[in-house]
Design a protein around this ligand. Structure first.
Ligand code: PLP
Length: 391
């Protein structure tokens, strides 16, 4: 029988989220309201919800693989050169179910998988749970959390059937540059099993809010037109719409989408038709642009507050995040992150995630900084106070 190990970050959130006055653990850009979403959709000429087809339609299962309108709009999120159309998209319940389907649809007992680390525990744990031997492509703070391909080269073997990356990376907020994405593809083509796939979790894309001026904004792994690539995404993080529970798998490999659809029949059937309609509205050209502008502005404002706090707080340091909603912050030598975070939440109501427990980086905490700006400011003051009393 398949047994799932505890998903530490989800357990942590479940335990402390509701106790927190200052939520600096959330990984989504500050969520928007249904009313705001509907109003944004008027920019694209959508009618009020009460006048839409979904309002008067029956609440059946709807389109099993996602409505054509939604799939088309998801396809339009990728560069046109990638030959991606609605036929290359499978709609899922969030990126979590997109990753789940991709991994269990690809991994077989005895395979070898390579997974970037640190990253979201699901990406590391599922290949193991379903029988793969897993090697980690380790990012290091002393290398600025950069994705060094010489390290990848060392761990990919002829038995490697799946390489999993995450761009922007949760928890570090680091980026895989376009050139590195191509190198990853070359290494997999050259060294891995001939059928090997690359799964790139792009759930925080395109929230590239802080790429230095002399660097390019990273492409989607799908934008090169490679056949051996799956990209997962969702509306949760960059679009601030986690409550819709809409995500997707995008790939040129339609045969794999059929395989995943077959697995999905056993545990999802379809995404709610109401969510599907709202998601399609969120991805209308003007609504999408407005949402991304809002979230990019918020991310830049809040990141500057976090950066200033780090500069001014003794013993604390980070590698500045380039994208996404999270960063790893080192709190100082000898701090047991799990004890510190539990006490911080219990006594001062600030929730941050202990990165030793959840990401294998003791002494660090993960800060989700693209939430409410005032909560971030107040929460950081509390953390500084707690640090003083802790040492
Ligand atoms: C890297 C990564 N992938 C996937 C998910 C799942 O997101 P959702 O199912 O809300 O799209 C998360 C959530 O934190 C994440 O950080």
């Amino acid at each position: 029988m398949v047994r799932f190990p505890a998903f530490e970050v989800e357990r942590w959130m479940d335990t402390y989220e509701t106790k927190a006055k200052y939520d600096l653990a959330e990984t989504c850009a500050l969520s928007i309201k249904l009313r705001e979403l509907i109003e944004l959709s008027y920019l694209d000429g959508e009618p009020p919800l009460e006048q839409s087809a979904v309002f008067d339609g029956k609440l059946g299962y709807g389109h099993i693989n996602g409505s054509p309108k939604l799939r088309q709009r998801i396809a339009e999120c990728y560069a046109t050169s990638s030959e991606i159309t609605k036929e290359n998209i499978l709609v899922t319940q969030g990126a979590i179910s997109a990753n789940f389907l991709s991994i269990i649809g690809l991994i077989q007992q005895g395979d070898h998988a390579v997974v970037v680390s640190p990253s979201y525990q699901q990406l590391q744990e599922l290949p193991k749970t379903f029988g793969a031997d897993v090697s980690f492509w380790k990012l290091k703070a002393e290398e600025n959390w950069e994705h060094r391909t010489e390290e990848l080269e060392k761990i990919v073997t002829k038995k490697t059937t799946l390489v999993i990356i995450n761009n922007p990376n949760n928890p570090t907020g680091s980026a895989i540059p376009t050139e590195t994405l191509k190198e990853i593809h070359d290494i997999v083509k050259r060294k891995a099993h001939p059928d090997a796939m690359i799964l790139c979790d792009e759930v925080y894309s395109p929230l590239w809010h802080s790429i230095p001026q002399d660097e390019q904004v990273p492409a989607s792994m799908l934008d090169f037109g490679f056949d051996n690539v799956l990209v997962t995404g969702s509306l949760s993080k960059a679009y601030a719409l986690a409550g819709l529970r809409v995500g997707w798998i995008a790939t040129k490999r339609k045969d794999l989408l059929q395989r995943f659809l077959g697995i999905r029949d056993y545990n999802i059937i379809s995404v709610s038709g109401v969510d599907d309609e709202l998601a399609a509205r969120a991805l209308g050209p003007k609504a999408k642009a407005a949402l991304l502008k809002r979230n990019t502005t918020l991310a830049r404002t809040n990141r500057a507050i976090l950066a200033k706090w780090i500069d001014e707080t003794k013993g604390v340091r980070w590698i500045p995040a380039k994208g996404g909603n999270t960063a790893l912050v080192y709190l100082g030598d000898g701090i047991k992150d799990e004890d510190f975070c539990a006490s911080l939440c219990e006594t001062r109501g600030v929730n941050v995630v202990p990165a030793g427990l959840c990401f294998g980086h003791p002494g660090y905490v993960r800060v989700g900084y693209v939430g409410d700006t005032q909560q971030l400011k107040d929460g950081l003051v509390q953390i500084a106070e707690h640090l003083k009393s802790w040492k």
